[in-house]
Design a protein around this ligand. Structure first.
Ligand code: ADP
Ligand code: MG
Ligand code: MG
Length: 886
């Protein structure tokens, strides 16, 4: 880290050789943009940037600006006085500045900007005299008092806004511009009184104090709750810090020859290539976006101030050519002179991002590889799921929110059980399924619902995982809800919602609305295919999908999946007659009885696999053997136990005994995974029979597929354990293949999901022909907390900066990542051609996919709707690596 904590705008570009990345890291996005525009000779009010390192230093010094940096700030103010010919704190010709925050990435939720800093009771009069415009001087001062009070001291904005409204009513005027100098002077007095009443001290008159307090407020705002939430959502590290820009004011509020505006070089909603923006005459700062008056479209400026307009168009074009991307710009006009205040790569919708990326390639501005970076992987989601009608959404107010567990928007009538969901859906109703939490039995109800809302459970809860797999919108863990299943209603934010009432939920934001908001279907335009082809050309990782049904597999194929990385066979045992046979198997007292029950399951299982093989047309299908503890298949409620005992033709007593014998204190670490096959080899036998027979049948029908089964043994932690189960698999498989008289290759591999498996991966690879990192379990076993319970305490960990993000959503690259890297190295040492992949939820998370690329895996596997995201993330990782080597 350098000791240089401050840069004039005129220094930045040269100091960093115009390299935007390092410039942004140190000067923040806004500071970097101002430095580049200055270097390009554009009209920018001058100033200086206090670096992000100074912010880090502020926190290191115990939330203080140390004496050296403070001194440096005032020295730079002296420098700015020289540049501007005005004096900070002068009473006749005061230098006024704005103090603006600016992190590496633009971050809503950070501190708001303070304008007109440097004014006080004396200099406001000097400004009035000097400009011969008292109205302007007092308008600037009242704005400054209000912003300083709000931003630095946390005095509510509304207190001031009420006073403005009162004043307007008194004077019988509609707009703030109609208030006179005298009115504004009075407002200043009222505002200062509000400040004093709230702060118990007068409004600071010393400009130096104003400045230091404002800079501190920017640094402080890096750690405010809004910023922390945003950072966590967007994986922005806390240690980055924010920069502060101190800049001479340009006055858009000095009369009708002045104004302020914002504009994009292209349309941020559609991507269309045309200047897009708005401006307001005689206005300052955020008046345009705050809606104090209705702004005019930028095209009107052409008539109103033709020269300024032409100059702006010329600058906008140069900026776009310079940054080779759509720019989002702020400008101010002071007495007919244009000033540029900000430029950055504009935020845009997913559709616009695709169009801009394609257009920039067609215009010869960027190449295909660069284009791959112009869409954020996460953004692709929006293209694959329905969205709310934007107009209606704008007018809707949420009544609560949970976790944005599975993206998309949904609107429908509330039902409280999976059965009701099914029943209502058959009648043609659109429903939202509201549950405390979901369980495997709810699958069919979940499948027909427009959306799923749960009270409990995190991003990897059953509801979240299954919903993502189905591509169904889901908001999980909305803890504020109180559900009353008996009365069929829930309450949230004081509102009671009954069965049949309409609600809307947004799985991309987590918001819940008690009104019906219509949705518009997803639109995958032509640009999508073209763009994804560029990504596919670049990437090295293969992208598979987690799919248990032909329906999901088909969906995933449409999204570009190249195989199935995880087929969870237990999901196949919940429907209709299957669960019955499964339960017979569980309550069986002898091996013979168990085999009879398993024989009933065999045809179902085999049929399922045939369905998957058909859809995948010879691409890899990795089938994981039964994984959950058996008690998950048994009833818990008294009435269900009675009914099921009857079905099974055993007494209630007997069934209860079985249930209690299967009870475990910690099922996550209980009798599950390959341990089931060790105790009951006939389960593995049945599953192998199904896998092999299915492949033989499908290959008979479609010899061109050349299906080769991949059998995956879960929860292995010891090579002998794997060997034991593998022996059952191979002896069964080899016998069937021989009897059928066919040629069939198959592979047996394992999940690496227990730390011991990672630690002994070199041994395990002697038996395993492939590894699939099951990072859900591997994460919970490495951290030693369960993903279902962690939600309850992780918030305190985030608040205290112990963890910055949910390790179940973003792979912990330090700890879990180390286990993975080790297992990769040791596994390859034993078996050089071992096939390696990941099938945890992380397989669809962009930063985790990048990790997998650099760890040298062969593929990632994720739920169908995240396949395009993983493809893009994998491409970006590959290009990054290539560039780093170049
Ligand atoms: P944000 O990051 O929220 O956009 P900005 O720092 O860009 O905050 O500033 C908020 C508003 O104040 C913008 O409209 C900006 O153009 C305006 N502004 C900031 N600095 C100045 C300045 N020196 N002169 C005139 N207007 C300014
Ligand atoms: Mg702002
Ligand atoms: Mg701005």
């Amino acid at each position: 880290m350098s000791n240089k904590f401050l840069y004039y705008f005129s220094e930045g570009s040269e100091a960093f050789h115009g390299d935007m990345t390092t410039m942004k890291n140190t000067l923040g996005g806004k500071g970097a943009g101002l430095a580049e525009m200055t270097a390009a000779g554009m009209p920018v009010p001058q100033g200086f940037t206090i670096t992000t390192d100074a912010c880090t230093q502020y926190y290191k010094d115990g939330r203080q600006i140390n004496a050296d940096i403070e001194k440096d700030i005032f020295e730079h103010m002296k420098g700015l006085e020289k540049i501007t010919g005005k004096t900070f704190g002068d009473i006749s010709n005061p230098l006024l500045v704005s103090v603006r925050s600016g992190a590496r990435q633009s971050m809503p939720g950070m501190m708001d900007t303070i304008l007109n800093l440097g004014l006080n009771d004396e200099s406001v009069e000097g400004l009035a005299r000097k400009t011969n415009n008292a109205r302007f001087a007092y308008d600037s001062y009242r704005r400054f008092v209000q912003m300083f009070a709000d931003v630095v001291m946390g005095v509510s904005k509304s207190l001031f806004e009420e006073e403005i409204d009162k004043m307007k009513a008194e004077k019988g005027v509609k707009n703030d511009v109609d208030l006179t100098a005298e009115d504004l002077k009075q407002l200043v007095a009222v505002f200062k009184k509000i400040y004093e009443d709230n702060e118990h001290k007068p409004f600071p008159q010393d400009p130096k104090e104003q400045l230091i307090e404002a800079v501190k407020a920017v640094f402080r705002s890096w750690d405010n709750p809004r910023a922390n939430v945003y950072r966590k959502m967007n994986e922005i590290p806390y240690e980055w810090g924010t920069a502060v820009n101190v800049q001479q004011m340009a006055f858009g509020n000095s009369g009708d020859n002045s104004g302020t505006g914002v504009a994009f070089t292209r349309n941020p909603a559609t991507g269309e290539k045309a200047l897009f923006g708005e401006y307001l005459i005689n206005a300052q700062g955020e008046d345009v976006v705050a809606g104090v008056r209705t702004p005019s479209p930028i095209s009107h400026l052409k008539d109103q101030m033709p020269q300024v307009y032409d100059q702006f168009v010329e600058i906008a074009t140069r900026l776009e050519n310079h940054f080779k991307d759509m720019q989002d710009m702020e400008f101010t006009i002071e007495d007919g002179h244009l000033f540029m205040l900000q430029t950055r790569n504009g935020k845009r919708t997913a559709a616009a991002a695709l169009k801009v990326a394609c257009d920039l390639v067609d215009e010869g501005m960027i190449n295909e590889e660069e284009a791959v970076f112009r869409v954020e992987p996460k953004q692709l989601d929006a293209l694959l799921h329905p969205q709310f009608d934007a107009e209606v959404l704008k007018k809707s107010k949420e009544i609560g929110h949970g976790l944005a567990a599975s993206p998309g928007a949904a609107c429908g009538k509330v039902v409280f059980s999976a059965e009701d969901a099914k029943e209502w859906a058959t009648k043609g109703e659109k429903v939202i399924l509201v549950r405390l939490e979901t369980s495997p039995e709810d699958i069919e109800g979940m499948a027909v619902a427009q959306g799923i809302l749960t009270v409990r459970g995190g991003m990897t809860s059953h509801a979240a995982v299954v919903a993502r797999g189905m591509g169904t919108c889901c908001v999980s863990g909305c803890g504020e809800i109180t559900v009353d299943y008996d009365k069929k209603q829930f309450t949230l934010a004081g509102k009671t919602v009954k069965e049949g009432d309409y609600i809307s939920i947004d799985g991309s934001t987590g918001k819940v609305y008690d009104t019906a908001i219509p949705t518009v279907p997803a639109s995958i335009s032509g640009n999508f295919g073209r763009f994804m082809a560029w990504a596919d050309k670049a990437r090295k990782l293969q992208v598979y999908t987690n799919a248990d049904t032909p329906r999901d597999a088909k969906q995933a194929r449409e999204f570009g999946a190249e195989g199935i990385g995880l087929c969870r066979t237990e999901h196949m045992f919940f429907e209709g007659e299957r669960i019955k046979a499964m339960r017979e198997m569980i309550v069986a007292k002898t091996v013979e009885e168990r085999k009879v029950a398993l024989a009933k399951l065999l045809p179902y299982q085999q049929g399922d696999f045939e369905g998957l093989y058909e859809v995948m047309e010879g691409r890899p299908v990795i089938i994981r053997y039964l994984d959950p503890p058996l008690h998950e298949f048994l009833p818990t409620k008294e009435e269900d136990i009675k009914e099921i005992a009857g079905e099974l033709k055993i007494t209630v007593e007997e069934l209860k005994n079985v249930i209690s014998s299967l009870h475990e204190f910690n099922p996550m670490m209980g009798h599950r995974g390959c341990r089931l096959s060790v105790s009951y080899p006939e389960i593995a036998e049945m599953q192998t029979t199904a896998v092999i027979n299915a492949a033989i049948n499908v290959n008979k029908k479609h010899p061109e597929f050349k299906t080769e089964p991949n059998i995956m043994i879960p929860l292995v932690g010891e090579i002998k354990e794997l060997k034991f189960v593998k022996d059952i698999v191979t002896s069964t498989a080899d016998r069937i293949i021989k009897e059928a008289g066919v040629d069939l290759n198959y592979q047996v591999g394992t999940m690496i999901e227990i730390p011991r498996a990672a630690l002994t991966a070199g041994d395990i690879a002697k038996e395993a022909e492939f590894f699939s990192f099951g990072t859900n379990d591997l994460t919970q076993m490495t951290f030693g907390f369960s993903r279902d319970d962690a939600g309850k305490f992780l918030d305190s960990y985030y608040e205290n900066k112990i963890y910055e993000s949910d390790p179940f959503a973003h792979l912990d690259q330090v700890g879990v990542g180390k286990l993975i890297k080790m297992a990769v190295a040791d596994g390859r040492a034993t078996r050089p051609d071992i096939h390696l992949g990941i099938c945890g939820e992380h397989g669809g998370d962009p930063s985790s996919v990048e990790f997998c690329h650099f760890a040298g895996l062969n593929y990632v596997s994720c739920s169908p709707f995240r396949v395009p995201i993983a493809r893009l993330a994998a491409a970006q990782a590959a290009i990054k690596e290539k560039r780093a080597k170049a």
